[in-house]
Design a protein around this ligand. Structure first.
Ligand code: PLP
Length: 438
């Protein structure tokens, strides 16, 4: 396994997989075995592998200007164009964009921008952030504090309280509902809990509520009808920002431009990465409303430098690749296509709902999960993750790459360019893997 310390890996793992090349929705390992990509890398390779236009965009930009930093207001064409393009696309008023390298750092950036903004408008006590159980917001020290998964907290002694991170319920009806509770009653209860939390802490101390419109790493949780409407009303009532973490749901994944559109959310802030560049280059964007940025400018005029930035903020090659990615999405009408192919995927997956091992099938657009269960009637999940790793291996044996999340939910998130015939191929492999697991 060489000298690598592997990320998000049981370090005792002895087996690995060596990937050699990719083409369209297929990957090939070092033995020449072909796999169909069921998870778009890590929810990110929307345009698949070997896209010549993206390769050319990177190469042209490298030849022209391989690097230029943005400290002190120094700028360049590709980052400027990308910010204008994004600002026009995002469902926010006059969005202003801070560029970084990963979804985690976009979330860290937002924590700092919130503080800077509330200092600027004379409300320095408005600092706390509400995040949900079972959420994934990244892995740097600050972003991991937002994340609501035990595995990312254990052993790290994260400064959750120091950062003012509060936790509220996940909108996961399957595992969160009380016995006999209807979806409506569940939504009423958890949104009431949210309001009580805000009142307990004091609305004047709470800056933002962060949510993935549909979650990814925590099991593809699609909130019940009415949830976001209630959440948004509560946040508006107490003057708390809606911060949409669209690192996975951004750019067509849920069958619309953004997950916020699909779930009818009006965000004040957005975090974007992954499909922003189809993962050909690392890049992230932390977007805020124009009026928030105006206030930050006033603060900077008084206090001086906004002391936050990465060497690679607005990296010209990453920006050029992202710009080309957005151009391809538009030209090929990939978001509309994702809606159509997404419907096909969801319909096909629903056929597994009656399978004796399947507890629930859920998803929207081209993101879905098939949750395996030890006891369907009792909604009892497989406890120890063994089924997850068995399933992962069985899929790989049959030439399918998926990811098992939240213990035993098989996640599907194929590249947006997948065809219906390739969706069939993906599910044929899944059928065989499921049969092996019985
Ligand atoms: N936010 C969400 C919703 C994510 O799914 C992820 C990664 O999967 C992140 C943030 C962190 O992104 P990165 O791994 O690029 O730091």
């Amino acid at each position: 396994m060489s000298h690598i310390i592997y990320p998000t890996t049981n370090l005792k793992a002895t087996e690995t997989m060596t990937m050699e090349r990719g083409e369209g929705v297929y990957l090939y390992d070092n033995h020449g075995k072909r796999y169909i990509e069921g998870l778009a890398g890590l929810w990110c390779t929307s345009l698949g592998y070997g896209n010549q236009e993206l390769i050319q965009a990177a190469s042209d930009q490298m030849a022209k200007l391989s690097f230029s930093h943005m400290f002190g207001g120094k700028t360049h064409e590709s980052a400027m164009q990308l910010s204008d393009k994004l600002s026009a696309m995002l469902p926010m008023d006059n969005a202003q964009i801070f560029f970084g390298n990963s979804g985690s750092d976009a979330n860290d950036t937002h924590i700092k921008m919130l503080r800077y903004y509330f200092d600027a408008i004379g409300k320095p006590e408005k600092r706390k952030i509400i995040a949900r159980e079972r959420s994934y917001h990244g892995i740097t020290v600050a972003a991991a504090c937002l994340t609501g998964l035990d595995v990312n907290h254990k052993h790290f002694d994260l400064p959750i309280d120091a950062l003012g991170i509060l936790r509220t319920d996940a909108p996961h009806y399957l595992h969160g509902a009380l016995a006999g509770e209807s979806e409506t009653q569940f939504v009423d209860r958890i949104t009431n809990n949210l309001e009580q939390l805000i009142l307990r802490e004091g609305p004047e101390t709470i800056a933002a509520f962060i949510a993935e419109p549909i979650t990814g790493a925590s099991g593809v949780i699609v909130p019940p009808e009415g949830y976001y409407e209630k959440v948004q009303a509560i946040l508006n009532k107490y003057d708390i920002f809606f911060w949409a973490d669209e690192v996975i749901t951004g750019f067509g994944r849920t069958g619309n431009d953004f997950g916020s559109t699909t779930m009818d959310i009006k965000p004040d802030m957005m975090s974007l990465a992954k499909q922003l560049s189809s993962a050909y280059m690392p890049i992230s964007a932390a977007a805020v409303r124009g009026d928030m940025y105006e206030a930050m400018i006033d603060q900077s005029a008084k206090a001086g430098v906004f002391g936050h930035g990465f060497t690679y903020s607005g990296h010209p090659v990453a920006a050029a690749v992202a710009l080309k990615t957005l151009e391809i999405y538009e030209r090929e009408r990939l978001f509309e296509q994702a809606a159509v192919k997404g419907e096909y995927l969801q319909k096909r997956l629903q056929a597994y709902a009656d399978h004796p091992l399947v507890g629930e099938v859920r998803g929207k657009g081209l993101i879905a999960a098939v949750e395996l269960m030890a006891d369907k009637a009792a909604k009892k999940p497989f406890a120890d993750g063994r089924v997850g790793s068995y399933m992962l291996q069985a899929c790989q044996n049959h030439g399918l790459i998926i990811r098992v999340v939240a213990g035993s939910a098989v996640a599907f998130c194929p590249p947006l360019i997948i065809t219906e015939a390739q969706i069939d191929e993906m599910l044929e492999a899944f059928d065989k893997a499921l049969a092996d697991t019985m």
